[in-house]
Design a protein around this ligand. Structure first.
Ligand code: IMP
Ligand code: MG
Length: 179
């Protein structure tokens, strides 16, 4: 995707993002307080910043690992192919897995990744935390445990999320407005 003339307006300010991530961390600490082995699995590249911020608020001992999944095909097809481009480095067998995602749109990526990890890797549990959710775009249901913010159907950037690989560094969530 190449860039078209546009501007970026602030949708969720940095402070609001950080306060919400702190709250999510507290809820996650409570949920996993008895966990013996917790691993946060971030989906690259979009989740890197949320992962770093969230991980700092999680006081339960945990590992972090990353994978890259890419979905191909027509967005309207009900059977979009999701490929694993980079697999986890570590083993998740018997561990509590918390998938950390930047934004959920149609839901295909997370559905496929979760199914694959569940059936092939034997984790003790799998739950999902996403910074942003666009529920109005959902095509397949996803059971998401923690959502930072529900947003309308707008194209957003910042806090790890890109437009043509740019703007991941913005500390706030911005809305891309085409000119
Ligand atoms: P889906 O849920 O399988 O449709 O895919 C979600 C992925 O689409 C996210 O992880 C992002 O990489 C990308 N995505 C969805 N909405 C946006 C957006 O508003 N800005 C940037 N990337 C987006
Ligand atoms: Mg993503």
């Amino acid at each position: 995707m190449s860039m078209q003339p546009h501007r970026v307006d602030i949708m969720i300010a940095e402070q609001e993002v950080q306060e919400r991530i702190k709250q999510l961390g507290e809820e996650i600490n409570e949920a996993y307080k008895d966990s013996e082995e917790l691993v946060l699995v971030g989906l690259l590249r979009g989740s890197y910043m949320f992962m770093a911020d969230l991980s700092r608020h999680i006081t339960v001992n945990h590992e972090v690992d990353f994978m890259t999944a890419s979905s191909y095909g027509n967005k309207t097809e009900s059977n979009r192919e999701v490929k694993i481009l980079k697999d986890l480095d570590g083993c998740i067998k018997g561990k509590d897995v918390l998938i950390v995602e930047d934004i959920i749109d149609t839901g295909y990526t997370l559905t496929k990744v979760t199914e694959m990890l569940k059936t092939a890797r034997g984790p003790k549990s799998i739950r999902i935390a996403t910074l942003l959710d666009k529920p109005s775009r959902r095509e397949v249901p996803v059971d998401v445990k923690w959502v930072g913010f529900e947003i309308p159907d707008e194209f957003v950037v910042g806090v790890g999320i890109d437009y043509a690989q740019k703007y991941r560094n913005l500390p706030y969530i911005g809305k891309v407005v085409m000119l």
